[in-house]
Write a protein that binds this ligand. Structure first.
Ligand SMILES: *[C@@H]1O[C@H](CO)[C@@H](O)[C@H](O)[C@H]1NC(C)=O
Ligand SMILES: *[C@@H]1O[C@H](CO)[C@@H](O)[C@H](O)[C@H]1NC(C)=O
Ligand SMILES: *[C@@H]1O[C@H](CO)[C@@H](O)[C@H](O)[C@H]1NC(C)=O
Ligand SMILES: *[C@@H]1O[C@H](CO)[C@@H](O)[C@H](O)[C@H]1NC(C)=O
Length: 177
């Protein structure tokens, strides 16, 4: 009888042992690369150069740009120069949603269509702008990034608000198929 109880307990514990063994190591992504995101905000006349537009002005509710929303279709480059040949595009939106300090929330896709990468990575999460680096969630992907999951680390590199800003995006996938 006792033997059976032991076996049953072992079987019950098995899923926990298994999930422990599969724990992901943050230092060991299965795919890792860096791209630079450039946004030039539309100012009413710079149609050819702009890559983003304010679609909703901030509310009067608070002084943290609360409620402002921006939609972008911005180039991704391999190096920090805005004039380098784009290797993909970042398309989506961000809005300011923090009351105590300035901060935003991003939801966007990285679209790649080159010999190196073909596919889409979908990203969302809080952009806590007072932090030097921010981790957003990679929630899925298609093409070369089929079923991708991971983290994209943002670092603001150059800011000339309201004209231009550049982010370094460090893409780390922990599920690759
Ligand atoms: C918009 O930006 C362009 C390029 O930086 C500049 O030449 C132009 O004067 C700006 N227009 C306004 C209305 O600020
Ligand atoms: C607009 O973009 C072109 C390249 O497409 C660049 O040569 C020019 O300097 C840009 N103008 C401004 C005002 O940023
Ligand atoms: C917004 O207002 C609060 C309280 O009035 C003040 O402490 C804070 O410095 C202001 N923030 C900005 C970004 O101006
Ligand atoms: C990807 O690039 C190829 C070759 O330039 C082009 O034919 C195709 O339409 C592009 N696909 C997308 C989704 O942009």
């Amino acid at each position: 009888m006792q033997k059976y109880i032991c076996i049953v307990l072992l079987l019950l514990a098995f899923p926990f042992i298994f999930s422990h063994a599969k724990r992901t190591n943050p230092d060991k992504p299965c795919k890792h690369f860096t791209v630079y995101y450039h946004t030039v905000i539309f100012n009413g006349t710079n149609t050819a150069n702009a890559t983003a537009a304010v679609v909703r002005e901030p509310t009067k509710f608070w002084n943290t740009s609360f409620g402002q929303m921006v939609i972008f279709d911005s180039p991704l480059t391999k190096d920090q120069s805005l004039l380098s040949t784009p290797i993909g595009r970042a398309q989506g939106l961000y809005f300011y949603d923090m009351k105590m300090r300035v901060g935003s929330w991003f939801a966007y896709s990285l679209l790649f269509n080159s010999t190196e990468h073909k596919g889409i990575i979908n990203i969302m999460g809080a952009n806590l702008m007072h932090e030097e680096t921010r981790d957003l969630s990679i929630v899925g992907g298609t093409g070369d990034f089929f079923m991708a999951r991971g983290i994209v680390t943002l670092r603001t590199e150059d800011v000339d608000i309201p004209r231009y800003f550049r982010l370094q995006m460090d893409v780390k996938l922990y599920e690759c198929y």
